[in-house]
Every structure is written in structure tokens, then in C-alpha cells.
Design a binder for this molecule. Sequence first.
Ligand code: KG4
Ligand code: ZN
Length: 342
Amino acid sequence: MSRENIYILGIESSCDDTSASVICNGKVLSNVVANQEVHAKYGGVVPELASRAHQQNIVPVVQQAIEQAGITKNNLNAIAFTRGPGLMGSLLVGTSFAKSLALGLNIPLIDVNHMQAHILAHFIKEEESKIPPFPFVCLTISGGHTQIVKITSHFEMEILGETIDDAVGEAFDKSAKILGLPYPGGPLIDKYAQLGNPKAFKFTKPKVGDLEFSFSGLKTGILYFVQKNVKENPNFIKENLNDICASIQYTIIEILMDKLKNTIKQTGIKHIAIAGGVSANSEIRKRLTLAEKHWGWITYIPKFEYTTDNAAMIAIAGYLKYLNNDYSDISVTAKARLKVTE
Ligand code: KG4
Ligand code: ZN
């Protein structure tokens, strides 16, 4: 007898992307993401505009996800949604929508921790998927977080180290802003860096604990470096954009690789995953592939579409909770601050 199909709808609305996804027994049937262009001209996410755009997007995005999956809403077994962390106004849109839909369909509601979901995206079943065994270590690198997390089972996580100031995504975005690039600047730095010399300019790496990160000093260093050079040559950025981006990216990725080396030395765990928006970066992906070849690390690099915010990761986390009968009460509330361990 074939196993029953379990369909989970995931809803993500923690920041500036409205996303919905349907997965069936851990396989993605649809993953619709509506990006909000409205923030680019402000150089960062404007919370009030984000929640308004979520309100406009959520119904069509969910409808599209269900249609693309080739099912109807009556086939759904549960609704999973992002409870936090994130922007309160944004989280409230997804939370209220998920609650109403679960109530209307009379099916379980499952709250998901966004940071856990970034990590659990590694458990999405794909044709050629490589699923990490427990325990493994995940470097979670996004616009709001930079953490080294030890994962002992799907929902047992321990933070081994984290940033003491800015997140690595912020380091990319703020550096891009200094260079006059629009938000979010991370992907643009990546793009220009591919044409530049990573050793053209040297930036100082921070001195913090073995498993800690700090990016605010680097950001200030880059600001002073740019200001000084622009004073001498007003066309400095334009003439050197590729080399500046390559050098910034090289420094940031060196910092991340150093921390991973320290983690392996301290824990003895060689199964290393990356997750979060910055794991889309081509250089960190390349360096991890090389580490596997040369140093015997076993690395887990998410598919590109599961790196930045998406609802497939929320749906897979919801599916894993569903299998444990771990449902939420309808009184559950959104939480702007939520640790990966909560
Ligand atoms: O995980 P995410 O989509 O949202 C948060 O939960 O924060 O991460 C967004 C971050 C932004 O800072 C963005 O600039 C960065 O991920 N990012 C990148 C790349 N693609 C996205 N940073 C460097 N290189 C990229 N290719
Ligand atoms: Zn995220």
C-alpha cells in the first residue's frame, strides 16, 4: 500500500519577500516568491512599506503556490508559517493569514522559527539531494544573523558562536551602500567581484574570539578607505569598482572560512552546511567545494533558490514538525525576536 501523501503549505513573510510553497512528503511542488522592489530606492527595508506590500501579495502568492502544485486547498494537511524572528508588521500578515486559513480548512497550524527553517532547508528532498547526518555544523549567514550552529537533531540546535555586532549580510549591504550601489548590495558585490582582483586592496580582519564574528570595524575601515581615495580621485569608485568589490568579498569570505576551520578544530565535526541569504554568494560556494576536495570536509550547499528567504524552507520545517505531531495553538503570536534555539 502506498504511503499517504502529506501536503504542507508554507508561508513566509518575515522581512521583504512574500512567499508561499507547497511540499508533498518533503518534496517541493511549488515555491513562489514575490520580491518587494519598493525598498531599493530607500537603501534598505522600510518596515511600514513591507507590511503593506505583504498584505497586497499574500492572497495571490498563496493562490499561485497551490495552483502550481496541482492541488486544491482541500488537499492540504497543515499550514506552516514563520512566527519569527523578523519585522513585527511583516510577521503579523503571514501569521494572521495562516491562522485564518487553518481555521477555515480545519487543519493543523504549525509555527516555524525562520532561522531553524534556513537550516532545515537542507532536508528538502531533491533528485540529487545530499542530506546532512547528525551532528553537523551550519554556518547561518543572512541579513540579520551570523551564527555557527551545531545541529544534533532536527529541532535540537546549539549556538557555538555568533556576531558581536553586524551580520555578514549587513557587511555586504553596507559596503555596497558606501560604493553607491542599491539595496540589497550583496548580490551586486558578488557580481562585480567576479571581474576584479581580490588582492587589489587589503582590509584588516577583526580580532575576536575563535568562534565569534565582528563586521562593524571592517565596515568603518572600508568607509575610511573609500573616503580617502575619493578625495584624491573623485572617479576612484568607478575606475576600481570590480577590484574594490573583489577585495571586500575576499576579506569577508576569508573571515567566514577561518571561523569554520576553528569550528572543525574545536568540535571535530567535518559535516559543514551553509544557510541563509549570503550562502548564495558564489565565492563561499566555491571555497566550500574546494575545502571538500582539498581538506576532506563534507559540505552541504543549498540550492540557490533555498538560500534567500523562501517558503519552501518554512514548509519543510513544518513537515518535520507535522511528523512529530508538533502543532500550534490558534492563540500563537508572532515574535520579532526569536533565537534559533527557541
Ligand atoms: O536570508 P535572507 O534572504 O534574509 C534574511 O533573513 O536576512 O538574506 C538576505 C541577505 C542580504 O544581506 C543580501 O545582500 C545577502 O543576503 N545576499 C548576498 C548574496 N545574495 C544575497 N550576499 C552576498 N552575495 C550574494 N550573492
Ligand atoms: Zn532569512
